[in-house]
Unconditional design. Structure first.
Ligand SMILES: NC(=O)c1ccc[n+]([C@@H]2O[C@H](COP(=O)([O-])OP(=O)(O)OC[C@H]3O[C@@H](n4cnc5c(N)ncnc54)[C@H](OP(=O)(O)O)[C@@H]3O)[C@@H](O)[C@H]2O)c1
Length: 285
């Protein structure tokens, strides 16, 4: 199986490159400077030249707050270019793997009460911010394109590369004695190395369609930060605060736990509890 990886300089893209190198998987990877996915002609030429079996799209506009003021850019990268990728994949008979987000859901507190196991793949979407809207439009474009695809929604993505919540907490924990962390947004982290392993297993089993990839269990950012400091033995006072006390440009869903039911029914795809996933990642950092 030959892979073409876009967005290869990002958190997930770098994890994919590591995986391919470690497992002897044939791949070509392109960072944002090597291949801008908004450059339709170049995308078409590179896919024709490389002739991959699978395109792994890790490229995305991921700045959730900035997307509120840059809606057109977010839509261009997360939806219009994704439509073009899907069309090119269809023309060249390439399977498209694309990553999406828990932020496609509205995440109201009533959804948490009615659905404590988390959102299922077939649940209705209703994003509360521009980033989530742009990602949803990308999903829809792929589904409408007629290409063969895997769309994998992930939540609270954390890995050894790039920026993420765990790295931010470790930095703040080394600088301060006291932190305020939001305690009314519920979800579950997804770990980048597990995303890559699970995606590869799905590809090997020739699976298609939409899957949620996340950890078992549910937490809040506040409890997540406390667990990070506990596992690292860092002494920081973490105060729980509400989203209202910690305003951001983009609204966040109060509840965005992704159900792991569908993915856990796939053979050979173990799902770790979020605390075990955290332990594994902290050893890598
Ligand atoms: N991070 C999370 O918490 C989270 C949560 C849910 C879902 N997701 C989804 O998971 C996927 C991977 O996210 P991530 O955390 O790996 O994101 P990331 O670290 O921000 O990586 C995204 C990569 O895409 C590149 N990129 C941006 N615009 C591009 C363009 N026009 N052409 C080519 N490359 C471009 C970026 O390059 P530059 O840095 O040079 O711009 C960056 O290397 C995304 O689809 C994201 O929406 C992430």
């Amino acid at each position: 199986m030959k892979l073409l990886i876009t967005g290869a300089g990002g958190q997930l893209g770098r994890e994919w490159v590591d995986f391919c190198q470690d497992h002897g998987v044939s791949y070509n990877s392109f960072s944002s400077t090597e291949l801008d996915i908004t450059d339709d002609d170049k995308v078409d030429k590179i896919i024709a030249d490389v002739a991959p079996d699978v395109l792994i799209n890790c490229a995305a506009y991921t700045k959730v707050d900035d997307a509120e003021e840059n809606k057109q850019t977010a839509l261009k990268i997360n939806a219009e270019s994704v439509k073009e990728l899907a069309d090119v994949c269809k023309r060249h008979n390439v399977k498209l793997v694309h990553y999406s987000t828990d932020y496609v859901f509205s995440g109201s507190i009533s959804d948490k009460e009615n659905n404590p196991e988390g959102y299922k793949e077939e649940d209705s979407t209703d994003p509360v911010n521009a980033y989530g809207y742009s990602k949803l439009k990308g999903e829809e474009a792929i589904k409408n394109s007629g290409c063969e695809f895997l769309i994998l929604r992930v939540s609270w993505l954390c890995g050894q590369y790039g920026h993420n919540f765990i790295k931010t907490m470790l930095k703040l924990g080394s600088e301060r004695d006291e932190l305020n962390v939001v305690n009314d947004q519920f979800g579950s982290p997804t770990f980048a190395d597990q995303v890559v392993e699970q995606t590869f297993e799905l590809l090997q089993q020739n699976k298609t369609g939409l899957y949620h990839l996340s950890s078992e269990g549910i937490t809040t950012w506040h409890h997540f930060s406390k667990e990070i400091f506990k596992q690292k033995g860092i002494n920081v006072n973490v105060n729980p605060v509400s989203s209202a006390e910690f305003p951001t440009k983009a609204k966040r869903p109060f509840f965005s736990k992704l159900s792991t039911q569908k993915i856990s029914n796939v053979d050979g795809v173990p799902i770790l509890d979020w605390k075990a996933g955290l332990q594994r990642l902290l050893k890598q950092l």
